[in-house]
Design a protein around this ligand. Sequence first.
Ligand SMILES: Cc1cc2nc3c(=O)[nH]c(=O)nc-3n(C[C@H](O)[C@H](O)[C@H](O)COP(=O)(O)OP(=O)(O)OC[C@H]3O[C@@H](n4cnc5c(N)ncnc54)[C@H](O)[C@@H]3O)c2cc1C
Length: 423
Amino acid sequence: MAESTGQSGRVIVIGGGPAGATAATLLAQHGCEVVLFEREHFPRFHIGESLIPETYWVLKRLNMLDKMRASPNVKKYSVQFVGQSGRLSEPFYFVEHKPHESSQTWQVVRAEFDLLMLDNAREHGVRVHEGVRVLEVLFDGSRAIGVRLQDESGVERDEFADVIVDASGQSSMIMSRLQLREWDPVLKKAALWTYFEGAYRDTGRDEGATIVLQTQGKAGWFWYIPQHNNVVSVGVVAAYDYLFKGDRATKDHAQIYAEELDRCPAVRQRVAVGRQAAPFYAAKEYSYRSKQAAGDGWVLVGDAFGFLDPLYSSGVLLALKSGQMAADAVAEGLKIGDLSAAQLGRWEAEFKRGMDRMRRLVCEFYDGFSFGRFVRRYPQYKGHLTDLLIGDLFKDSLDEVFPLIDSLKNEAVSSSPPVAPHV
Ligand SMILES: Cc1cc2nc3c(=O)[nH]c(=O)nc-3n(C[C@H](O)[C@H](O)[C@H](O)COP(=O)(O)OP(=O)(O)OC[C@H]3O[C@@H](n4cnc5c(N)ncnc54)[C@H](O)[C@@H]3O)c2cc1C
């Protein structure tokens, strides 16, 4: 068991995205001395703009709710799916399932949201250093003891702490160093996106809905995320090999995007009334997870622990939730003088079960799952699906829904040629 050195403990957080800001703020609330190093200067661009309702509870603990209410962010009340034929599902209005203010969430501009979160961490006493890169995590045997830093003038120095929280996003510093990354065998996607001004927007409570639209042939899907300032974020996600390699004659992002728009008339029509207001962005977004969430003196949160396909906009929720669970485990560990892997990662099993439920729903979508058909067949289970969509993932009762999804597949199999099962 590793001993804590400080009275309430000193913690270093690597990265000031949503996961790092959450862990840092909550640890400061617990009375720890927290230092956060962020290599960029905020505001900085980031993708991941649609929140889901269960972020509410973490935002509440962070004292962020009033700031969110006062922000210009578009209010999001629902999610809607459009099949390859262009047919719209009924919207999933979160409040119909959970009549609580948490059922309204937000579409954010991440540069602004992340800055709000980092400033909030500062207000809670976190010492935030921007423009400082963590070069490596320092270990004494298997125990993390500090970090090597480099400032913008190239000067290096070491800092030490009782616990290192790695929130470095997809850089995944500790996961990479200890070779803990496990790639998802199925979810090997890529994304290509841009922003439109003046594109079509629904009105009233549908204005801020996320719309997920399948392309013809179901090779991919578009996200349609209305943001403030009359901007809409519009991106296509598909298998990496399909989007950027394979039979495609072009490597030009504008051309690839145009080809995918042609496969999705429902999006093409929506953006046709606006004008493109940003360049194209591309990301390889293979899903992955670390073999372990913690070791002696270190813990991973957010994308530094795992990344899941963005279909249901779960990334920020998982960043906030893991940040919260890890912060509570670290604070308790500091209090009782136990900074072992078992203590710092005591939340891992529960968190993975929740992440697995979201992953399963993602895989079902790629396997042809139809929300509309499921709800027509099992209306009494619409609430289970809505729980998954809002991110209320950490309840064993939700597992009841998966055999029913399988039963629909069996019905389809008995009336049509076989479909390859997903892993
Ligand atoms: C195409 C796409 C679409 C997505 N859409 C959504 C969505 O709609 N909704 C949603 O919730 N999620 C979405 N996500 C996921 C979301 O972007 C991430 O899950 C989320 O940003 C994770 O937050 P984080 O704090 O773990 O990491 P990040 O937000 O990446 O923050 C990590 C921070 O660490 C810093 N850092 C990295 N290395 C170092 C270092 N060595 N030293 C110091 N600082 C360092 C980085 O500069 C960064 O600021 C999407 C992802 C992709 C790829």
